[in-house]
Design a protein around this ligand. Structure first.
Ligand SMILES: Nc1ncnc2c1ncn2[C@@H]1O[C@H](COP(=O)(O)OP(=O)(O)OP(=O)(O)O)[C@@H](O)[C@H]1O
Length: 402
């Protein structure tokens, strides 16, 4: 069907003879309500698929065309046009945000305005991510050639408010993909998980946010559970159920790993899977090893480069004399991009950029003082503990330790 519509862009002429004597490599003849297609490769004539008789060829072929042209048009070029067409269609369609209610997906139109341009982070790191995503999204032939499923795993980690969710939205907008926001604790068991995942479409990002809160996977829990063999096998541990929920999820780590590793291969199409966590150290290494989560991206406290992106977004400021003060404070204290953004948010109309910068400086100075006070109290606490244990060692009888 697609091929026919493409062929009709070749000259449509009245008679077969005209088509065959035409120097064009291909032509369409409309006659008797139907359309016939002809190829003229310079050596042979074909009525689409069928070779014409030698006598007709010799009388009808007047001009030679090269075989290369026709193959280029009907082969690589046509494939390229179709591929580009599909990509444009994907980019222009309304994107969807799916969420699961148990075993059912429901969706709304996804209209998050985040983009890589507005995402505040180190520009070098940002460009690396953009390049990686671009390579992935154009990598169908590559993945076919190396015999791997066309998928890629991203682990985004860092403190709350550093832009993990914002980055997922920026990725979806950049690639033109749908998002499937998978709430694992609402999934009953591995079978239900499999069904949900098979239903996801290609060109999508499957997101599991706060994965450490969804699963019983921490090293501590592994050590604590020694009752039986199954309890010691993290792969068989169930997801953490929502608090006070009688219907505990029976999805296991192995169920999730099977999906990440295997099932996508059968689904076809390109998919990204993204896990987010505030506590990367709590995750089972099996879950995040390379090959499963191919890229580990840390989103961290706001640096000066990230601040400049926010100042441009929020205040249209490229530079200002207060920037140097802010640079120094950002080096001395830790503030999330979310908190920096909140201080830069104009609170008057018209906006007062200098007032916003001063408000940020005030907040950074407060954060610095609080951090110093916290450090001091922790040091005092440490010294006190040390002193107590020294006293205990010196007076074992008095302390009841004999
Ligand atoms: N790197 C960033 N660039 C631009 N805006 C950011 C960034 N980080 C945070 N923000 C702002 O802060 C808000 C909260 O950020 P976001 O939800 O993406 O953080 P998060 O890391 O996913 O937090 P959590 O771990 O709590 O889910 C966003 O709506 C956005 O406005």
């Amino acid at each position: 069907m697609v091929l026919l519509s493409h062929m009709q862009t070749f000259p449509a002429i009245e008679t077969e003879e005209e088509a065959l004597t035409n120097s064009m490599p291909a032509a369409a003849v409309r006659r008797g309500g139907g359309t016939s297609f002809f190829r003229n490769d310079g050596e042979k004539l074909y009525k689409y698929g069928e070779e014409l008789t030698r006598s007709r060829k010799s009388t009808l072929v007047k001009e030679k065309t090269t075989l290369g042209h026709i193959d280029m048009i009907l082969g690589d070029y046509l494939n390229h046009v179709l591929k580009e067409g599909r990509e444009i269609k994907v980019k222009n369609r309304l994107r969807k945000l799916y969420t699961n209610n148990g075993a059912q997906w429901s969706h709304v139109v996804f209209e998050h305005p985040a983009s890589f341009q507005t995402l505040a982070m180190d520009p070098v790191k940002k460009q690396e991510i953009i390049d990686d995503l671009t390579t992935f999204s154009k990598g169908e032939d590559f993945y076919n050639r190396i015999g791997r499923a066309w998928k890629r795993g991203y682990l985004l980690y860092g403190p709350p408010g550093t832009g993990k969710s914002t980055m997922i939205a920026a990725m979806a907008n950049f690639l033109g993909y749908d998002i499937y926001d998978l709430e694992l604790t609402a999934v009953k068991d591995n079978t239900e998980l499999r069904r949900l995942l098979i239903e996801t479409s290609s060109k999508s990002i499957i997101v599991i946010e706060d994965i450490d809160c969804s699963m019983e996977l921490t090293g501590q829990r592994k050590k604590d559970n020694k009752e039986d063999e199954d309890d010691n096998d993290p792969a068989k541990k169930p997801m953490k159920p929502p608090e006070n929920d009688a219907k505990a999820s029976k999805v296991t780590l192995s169920g999730l790993l099977n999906f990440v590793d295997g099932l996508w291969s059968a689904c076809g199409g390109d998919r990204l899977i993204v896990f987010t966590t505030n506590h990367v150290e709590k995750l089972d290494p099996a879950l995040i090893r390379r090959g499963r989560m191919d890229r580990h991206i840390e989103l961290s406290y706001c640096g000066f480069e990230a601040f400049k992106v926010l100042a441009r977004n929020y205040l249209y400021l490229e530079t200002h004399e207060l920037f140097e003060t802010i640079r120094g404070l950002l080096e001395e204290t830790q503030m999330t991009p979310a908190d920096v953004a909140e201080n830069l948010m104009p609170k008057t109309s018209p906006a007062d950029p200098e007032g916003c910068l001063k408000s940020l400086i005030g907040a950074l100075e407060t954060a610095k003082q609080e951090a110093a006070a916290q450090k001091k109290s922790e040091e005092e606490e440490g010294r006190k503990k040390e002193k107590d244990s020294e006293m205990e060692a010196l007076n074992p009888i008095e302390n009841g330790n004999v």
